[in-house]
Design a protein around this ligand. Structure first.
Ligand SMILES: [Cu+2]
Length: 129
């Protein structure tokens, strides 16, 4: 075999090795990206708009929030019509919390209470819609 043939052969082998290394690197990178996406926040904070009037509303809203497993803290304030939420996102998402609150009769940012559930509220609790 002439010498230049040997050299060419060597170069091709080298290039193939480089390709394999690059491929392994890319696969590793994708693996990390997927893992990062799957890792959920155990202490996610949210401020969600929730409609209500009084102390009774406050108790009802917070109780409905706590009924969802994964809710670590739920504090509603009438002044800013807002629920401050500390949520383990491995167990629930903010939408599930809003569904529970809407079921109790209170409109939230993303989920509105249906007329029946709203109608069941004490008359002083029937916030303006
Ligand atoms: Cu009320």
């Amino acid at each position: 075999m002439p010498e230049y043939d040997l050299k060419l052969n060597k170069n091709i082998k080298k290039r193939n090795t480089m390709k394999k290394i690059l491929l392994a690197f890319i696969i590793t990178l994708i693996g990390f990206a997927v893992q990062a996406q799957e890792k959920k926040n155990k202490n996610a904070k949210y401020d969600i708009e929730v409609k209500g009037n009084c102390e009774m509303c406050k108790k009802r809203i917070e109780k409905a929030a706590y009924a969802v497993s994964g809710v670590k803290s739920a504090v509603w304030t009438a002044d800013n019509q807002s629920l401050h939420l500390l949520l383990n996102e491995e167990k629930a998402n903010p939408l599930q919390v809003q569904e529970s609150i809407a079921k109790a009769g209170h409109d939230t940012e993303k989920v509105k209470a249906n007329t029946d559930d709203y109608g069941k509220l004490h008359s002083c609790c029937q916030y303006e819609r």
